[in-house]
Design a protein around this ligand. Sequence first.
Ligand code: SAH
Length: 240
Amino acid sequence: MHMKSIWATLLAMLPVVMTEENIGDARREMVEEIKMLDEATRDETGREPISERVLQAMRTVPRHEFVPPNEVSSAYRNRPLSIGHGQTISQPYIVALMTDLAQAGAEDVVLEVGTGSGYQAAVLSHFAKHVYTIEIVEDLGRDAARRLQHYGNVTTRIGDGYRGWPEAAPFDAIVVTAAPEHIPPALIEQLKPGGRLVIPVGGQWLGQQLMVVTKNQDGTTTSKEIVPVRFVPLTREKKN
Ligand code: SAH
């Protein structure tokens, strides 16, 4: 074989090396895709566009640091990725949408149920005074705690988020990233008046709806269906 073609073959075999520059490009492209998808779904729902501040955070958070090593080259594709234990890190578009719907402000305290990789918590940390995030699978919770340790305003815990996080309540916003069949009552209780609960609701077979439940000043709630989604189920701690 000719020397030149040997080199060409060897080069083609090299995995794509992620440099700072192409990581930045990949992240910007991911956000362009999020914007396109957002526009397409808005035709159906008539929602406001995902805000620029959320898109800017999506251009900043290093998603590749939250995915397993074998998924790093897919980190900026707009699709869910496996994080082990049968769990997935949501599609970036859904992370952006849920963050936008949570409407967190600089003084807000936010709860996330379903830490998974920690990525959604990292994105939320850009908007809140403090983010509490709870994960039921111990291994996932531990890995996410390590990834999030330099995020000064994020606290992690291992446990059953169906019961919320009473010691840190009440919350201005709660984001749930696993689907229960009904809304956990504790999450409504732990919401401040005016607070938002962003949650996929429904079974694994009949489909789920992403919902925003707002707690009114008089304690009643107002619910709005946003889009059909597919999340892993919210599981419950085994009681022995
Ligand atoms: N937000 C995550 C993706 C979550 S996938 C991310 O950004 O990567 C859903 C996660 O919810 C899984 O890790 C699953 O183990 C967790 N989960 C399911 N039921 C739960 C419960 N009752 N309490 C806390 N976490 C739960």
